[in-house]
Design a protein around this ligand. Structure first.
Ligand SMILES: [Ca+2]
Ligand SMILES: [Ca+2]
Ligand SMILES: [Ca+2]
Length: 356
């Protein structure tokens, strides 16, 4: 990401803002991890209640949705955690609900008290973000994932599920930003599974670990049914096409995945991912992925409970293979509400609408 390079230079230019012992160049010692630097990276100063703070770009306008998505990473690798904030309903000029993302930087004196924030929106900046103009209803920032790759590079994944592409309304795409890489990925990108289409909403949910990223397409059409859903898994390493290398596309009809792909499941409407160290391995080379299907219908005997919801937990190996034995068991792990729990009806519970 372009701002990262600028950020590192400016950190060297302003030593008073650099933590003691923290280097800025590639040959200097790495700053301590954020978890070990709590004393240097203070909690944010309290802003007066209800008043915008001056370090946040843009203005607070009705319906912005500022903060509807958050992701924490150390973008400038100074040892202080930085906060990416989704503003999916931000109007860009006269373009309604185009969306934006603001990155607020942590510092020794608190959030926003050091390096200036970076405001990301389509049609400006560099790379893929600059190449694609803001258009009505893109909802850029409706999903965010951020972290550090296994080879220690900060990354940011931004969903824009309302993006129209190739004549398809709300086809959706993601922006993937890491170092100098700034690319967009959608269902028609090389190697990505699924077929681009109206209201598929690729990028409605995104998740990442140091090894992989995952993108939800809850509106994917399968077997002529709408909103069945699909999840695309990629590696951080770029393919020869210059995008995060696609390694698997998963639906509820994929071998080893529980249940069946049905209309309305919305498999992939929510995602969460963590790194996983296989037994006997020296490093956490795999990932565990949780996938929400809030539209899933559950059956108890002959009684159906529409939109009860379901969550799958899947294991993704280093190569991107989705293993059938999550967490060392047999078959993936499926979570639902317990039928009849407390006598409450399951219908409409939408279990798995959000996962963290
Ligand atoms: Ca605004
Ligand atoms: Ca930082
Ligand atoms: Ca299903």
């Amino acid at each position: 990401m372009e701002p990262e390079r600028r950020a590192r230079v400016s950190a060297c230019d302003t030593p008073s803002q650099s933590p003691p012992g923290a280097g800025c160049g590639p040959d200097t010692p790495r700053p301590p991890a954020p978890s070990s630097s709590a004393s240097r990276c203070s909690r944010p100063r309290q802003a007066p209640s209800g008043r915008p703070v001056d370090f946040v770009p843009d203005k607070a306008e009705a319906g912005d949705g500022f903060g509807s998505q958050l992701a924490v990473f150390d973008h400038d690798q100074d040892g202080c955690s930085d906060l990416a904030v989704g503003v999916p309903f931000e109007d860009v000029g006269m373009v309604a609900d185009a969306g934006a993302v603001t990155v607020l930087y942590g510092s020794r004196n608190g959030l926003g008290q050091g390096r200036a924030a970076v405001h990301l929106q389509q049609g400006s900046g560099t790379g893929a973000l600059k190449d694609r103009p803001s258009t009505v209803g893109d909802l850029m920032g409706a999903a965010l994932a951020a972290g550090t790759t296994a080879d220690d590079q900060p990354y940011l994944v931004i969903g824009a599920p309302g993006k129209n592409l190739k004549g398809h309304v709300n086809a959706g795409l993601i922006y993937y930003l890491r170092g100098d890489t700034s690319v967009s990925v959608h269902e028609d990108s090389p190697g990505v599974q699924g077929v681009i289409g109206d209201n598929h909403r690729f990028g409605s949910a995104v998740a990442g670990s140091p090894n992989h990223i995952a993108v939800g397409t809850p509106g994917e059409v399968l077997n002529n049914s709408a909103d069945v859903g699909m999840v695309q898994i990629m590696k951080h390493q770029l393919s020869t096409d210059g995008v995060p290398a696609p390694v698997a596309g998963v639906t509820q009809d994929t071998d080893g995945i529980s249940d069946a792909a049905e209309g309305g499941d919305q498999f992939g409407a929510s995602l969460a991912m963590v790194p996983y160290r296989p037994s006997g391995a020296v490093a956490a080379t795999d990932s565990i992925l949780a996938v929400g299907s809030p539209g899933e219908t559950l059956w108890v005997g002959t009684t159906s409970f529409p939109e009860a919801g379901m969550v799958h937990t899947l294991r993704v190996t280093a190569s991107g293979t989705v293993r059938t034995n999550a967490m060392g068991g047999t078959g993936d792990t499926v979570l639902t509400h317990q039928p009849g729990l407390n006598g409450l009806p399951l219908t409409g519970k939408a279990f798995g609408m959000a996962i963290r």
